[in-house]
Design a binder for this molecule. Sequence first.
Ligand code: TEU
Length: 537
Amino acid sequence: MEPHDNSDWIWWKHGVIYQIYPMSFFDSNDDGVGDIPGIIAKLDYLHGLGIDAIWLSPVYKSPMLDFGYDVSDYRQIDPVFGTLEDLKLLLEKAHLLGIRVIMDMVINHTSDNHRWFLESRSSKDNPKHDWYIWRDGRYGGPPNNWKSFYGGSSWEYDGGTNQFYLHTFLKQQPDLNWRNKELRSAVFKELVFWLDLGVDGFRLDAMNMVGKQKRLKSIPDLFGFLFFFRQYRKYNQPASYKFGRKLRNLLNNYDDKMSVGEIFTLPPGDPSRVASYLEDGDNSIHLAFDFSIIFRSWNARKYYRCIERWYSKIPEKGWPCNVLSNHDLLRSIDRFRLRRNKEAKAKVAATFLLTLKGTPFIYYGEEIGMRNANIKRGDIRDPLGKRFWPFFKGRDRARTPMQWSDGPEAGFTRGKPWLPVNHNHKIINVIKQKEDSTSLYHHYETLIRIRKEHKALHLGEWMPLVKGDHNIIAYYRIFMDEKILVALNFSNKPRMIHLENDGKGTLLYSTHRVIRKIFKNNKIILLPFESFIMKMA
Ligand code: TEU
């Protein structure tokens, strides 16, 4: 790994992380599914964008009922993605470019095809029986009234053992029993396997669901989705926290490894809960996702309050991370009232993401403004979409193939893509955006570069300047004597902000102007949807 010239540089704190949904990134062998050699082929693109690490959604062996989140062997790569050798090559080539690689670890459940589960269900006496959560039925029905997030009961009856097993997600994704010591050590062995192979860290799928109560009691019934609010309270048990601490202790034995937890919260966006997983500093997981921002409408005040609240919950020794989208959420550019002036608003949101305090995560395609696709019912692959259509059309909409060019299948594959390519690839694609210096792609690239070049932006403190305004957010990022002003206009009208001093400084970046030396007085007029970054004199 290339040493960074900045001695304060801690990659998982100060770098930018890019999430790849491997099935949709780039297909190297024309089978219509993205693969690891495809990612290797695009490393130069990622390096050019300036990111520091990639997080791969699962590439392990899997029946793909939940597209890799149903793992049937943690140590093998699914043939659709390539081989273990391909993954090793990816690590090697990525590392040469200074790009780290984070694997997605699904530890709440496995696939029902995993050999652990096959053994577990083979008989009640099997030593691995207790590796999953089995209970006898009650009154001829399931052990309790818990529901699966994917619809129906959380319990599946198994004729062989005459018992039910718990599955928080699909019935083909049985939950692991983290109360079993042998299971815990077996999972840790899988983690060690990947660490020894050279991966740089883990994204921990649904990590707060790992700990379950001993007695799984029924929950007083409530209508529809509200039921899940009650069921959700059953998660976040001490065992989930313990898992985080144990994992961190393992990672601390290595140099420079990281972990980021996906904390599922209800109501969505619960920064206190998320931050509680960071409480123990060097003995906690490194980062945890708070998704509050995705539930805020396009309003500077709401964004401000959201981030302010998130920071206020981060414990003393913790570090925030920020994210606009991922493979479970619809694409940020299409969200809320982003309908008009989408590109302009996406630039404001990107500046926010990339100038805040905390590790930014970018979801593949976000940097070119990929939109949610409309997918015909017959083409839907996501089990959630199949189950809840037409109320929820599923997550495929944000998982369509990366739009590399305006050519056939957006240059993603020469075969038939596993999910239809968004027809707007004629207009929205990497080649076109690279040619246009005012594109969203160049906006991301420039901001990533500026962030890296200035310590205040990647490691500095965050000091808000304009707090409660509906149209403007402005804040300083400060590190020692470096002070950088970031001002964002969320509205389609010019807006004025007042600075504290005489406003002398050098423009580092603006979406709307090029003059580098500005201001004699302490006012700035921000143009509609302007992102403005100035280094104070
Ligand atoms: O998601 C866990 C999770 O909390 C989901 O219920 C999520 O809230 C839902 O997908 C929102 O639409 C993880 C993965 O990110 C997801 O892709 C998997 O399907 C899920 O675990 C099961 O492994």
